[in-house]
Design a binder for this molecule. Structure first.
Ligand code: IMP
Ligand code: MG
Length: 175
């Protein structure tokens, strides 16, 4: 058990299980994009650890870039997405893989997909470490999912509660 500010979290997914699953996703992406050089677009801040492990498990050439959006305050979605850092790479005719830590309501991903689509890429895929199917309220297609989880708040492996907990190597769930 760990405490962050006023909340208590219990261990949920071990670092080992995460690494095993991320390696599988990397192998799948390497196979699906063979002969191509996709751009991985990490969504800051939460995806920085997932993206770095995923990138290392991909065996084909890739490029990496980041965008930054924000929709969360504390432990719930605000219902609006703010653009904090935009695209800085030409995506016309490129294959793009948007890399998220977690898809909750799907609002951020819907926004990100629109932002990338406008650049006329030849192919767009979405990879997320976690998906909360019961919270999803915007229909989006997710191509690579690490784990489907219940609608409970989690921290660790890049994900935070009020800015804290991102450096935890495993995942914890709100008790
Ligand atoms: P959405 O727009 O509702 O899908 O929310 C997506 C974003 O909210 C994610 O990229 C995270 O940054 C954040 N988020 C959603 N659920 C959690 C959680 O359980 N823990 C930490 N951050 C979360
Ligand atoms: Mg995020």
């Amino acid at each position: 058990m760990i405490s962050i500010k006023d909340k208590v979290f219990v261990p949920y997914i071990t670092a080992n299980s995460i690494h095993h699953r991320v390696a599988e996703l990397g192998a799948e992406i390497s196979k699906d994009f063979k002969g191509d050089c996709p751009v991985l677009i990490g969504v800051l801040n939460g995806s920085f650890i997932f993206l770095s492990d995923l990138a290392k498990s991909i065996s084909i050439p890739i490029e990496v870039s980041f965008v930054k959006v924000s929709s969360y305050l504390g432990t719930s979605s605000t219902g609006a997405v703010k653009n904090l850092l935009g695209l800085d790479i030409e995506l016309q005719n490129r294959s793009v893989i948007i890399v998220e830590d977690i898809i909750d309501t799907g609002l951020s991903m819907k926004h990100l997909l629109e932002m990338v689509q406008i650049e006329n890429p030849k192919r767009i895929a979405v990879a997320t470490l976690l998906l909360k199917p019961d919270a999803l309220s915007h229909p989006i297609q997710v191509n690579y999912i690490g784990f489907e989880i219940p609608n409970k708040f989690v921290v660790g492996y890049g994900m935070d509660f009020d800015g804290l907990g991102r450096n935890l190597p495993e995942l914890y769930q709100l008790k």
